[in-house]
Design a protein around this ligand. Structure first.
Ligand code: NAD
Length: 368
């Protein structure tokens, strides 16, 4: 991992036994070097960019202009902002637009946006003409540290989130922290919750470093790039060890079992970061009861989460609704719930046997 201020920080994601390893590059202003980076991978100089209308309005012109200067022709195709764009009909519409514009099986698709655009574009890239080169240019903090790394793609069905999807790794990820200047506070918190998650499962020092002066974080581009790199590297290392979630990758679900149920119970009104924060609090409490997490470590984790303005006021959802959302969690195995718990901060353990009743009791405890 490079730490030099002037050079891009780099995470190399090496997938064992696979040709397709790739780099995550992190530096302010990197969006202007996209053309050069594509050329260095030997990709064709005609590309399609998928973005949502908000991000396209903010950055589409800059990115296409920079590509043009590098001799690369591009067109931007847009979708509506937010989760509602992550659907099969939108994926099919994009594929037909690519065809109409003359895309072939070598044409790179670039996702310029948050996790929604990344998941959707990656999904289309993985199936369009049986797979075309895919590049991630994440513009939210959550996408930079999490969604853009690791190759999970998906669209939603009316029956649930991410029910159609593929594993399809990008050829390159370009994370430019400058994008985050325009990111709304709620979206920043969504990303911070995932950074905390990465700290809890793998890197206690990251937790301390994010917490120290986190209010200034978005004003200090160097520090922000450093945190993005460290949090992204955790995701990359976990993915490299277990690309298809056969084992270790499941630790990335820390806080997500109850988090997803809370999101669903709130009919997705509760922001993802807040839901995960409550889920992490409940997981800390479960860890205290089941896996020997010390009272001090649980209290440290709780205070840390709350210090970010996360999990302050319990959302207006009934615990019964959370309980009934739990069986729909696709991570459930058998009668009980699989939880990622902690033996200590930085030491996760997959605990396969938590009863829904106990999970909800812990949620009640932390909500009180
Ligand atoms: N593939 C994975 O491994 C993975 C992991 C985590 C989450 N996800 C998925 O990611 C999605 C959530 O992603 P998200 O949190 O990035 O949300 P998002 O993509 O919906 O973006 C959030 C909002 O921020 C706006 N936005 C994006 N960048 C901006 C910028 N720089 N300035 C101003 N506004 C900006 C968008 O227009 C949107 O309205 C979910 O669908 C989730 O399932 C995928």
């Amino acid at each position: 991992m490079s730490q030099m201020a002037s050079k891009a920080r780099t995470i190399d994601l090496v997938l064992p036994g696979r040709e397709q390893s790739y780099r995550v590059l992190i530096r302010a202003g990197l969006r202007f070097a996209l053309g050069r980076e594509l050329a260095s991978l030997g990709l064709p100089n005609r590309v399609f960019i998928v973005s949502d209308r908000r991000v396209a309005g903010l950055y589409g012109g800059q990115v296409t202009g920079a590509l043009e200067e590098a001799g690369c022709r591009s067109a931007v195709l847009t979708v509506a902002p937010g989760e509602r764009a992550k659907t099969w009909p939108v994926a099919a519409r994009l594929a037909r637009e690519f065809l109409a514009l003359g895309a072939d099986r070598r044409t790179p698709l670039i996702a310029l946006g948050g996790g929604v655009v990344g998941d959707l574009t990656g999904f289309v890239a993985s199936i369009f003409m049986r797979g075309v080169p895919f590049i991630q240019v994440p513009t939210t903090l959550l996408a930079m540290v999490d969604a853009a790394i690791g190759g999970k793609t998906a669209v939603n069905l009316p029956e649930g989130k991410n029910l159609l999807g593929t594993f399809y790794q990008p050829r390159l990820v370009i994370a430019d922290p400058d994008f985050l200047r325009t990111l709304p506070p709620k979206e920043r918190l969504n990303g911070l919750a995932e950074i905390l998650k990465h700290g809890f499962i793998r890197d206690p020092a990251l937790l301390d470093d994010v917490a120290a002066g986190h209010r200034q974080l978005f004003r200090d581009q160097e520090r922000l790039a450093d945190i993005i790199c460290r949090a992204g590297a955790i995701k990359a290392r976990v993915v490299a060890a277990d690309e298809r979630e056969a084992g270790l990758r499941r630790i990335l679900n820390f806080g997500h079992t109850l988090g997803h149920a809370l999101e669903a119970a709130s009919r997705f009104r509760l922001p993802h970061g807040q839901a995960v924060a409550w889920g992490m609090l409940a997981a800390l409490e479960l860890s205290r009861r089941l896996t020997g997490l010390s009272d001090e470590a649980a209290a440290y984790g709780r205070d840390l989460i709350k210090s970010f303005g996360l999990a302050r006021k319990f959302p207006a959802v009934s615990i019964e609704a959370v309980l009934s959302a739990l069986p729909l969690d696709k991570k459930r195995e058998g009668q009980n719930l699989v939880f990622v718990l902690l033996e200590d901060v930085g030491k996760p353990v997959i605990y396969p046997d938590v009863s829904p009743g106990l999970a909800v009791e812990c949620l009640r405890t932390v909500a009180a």
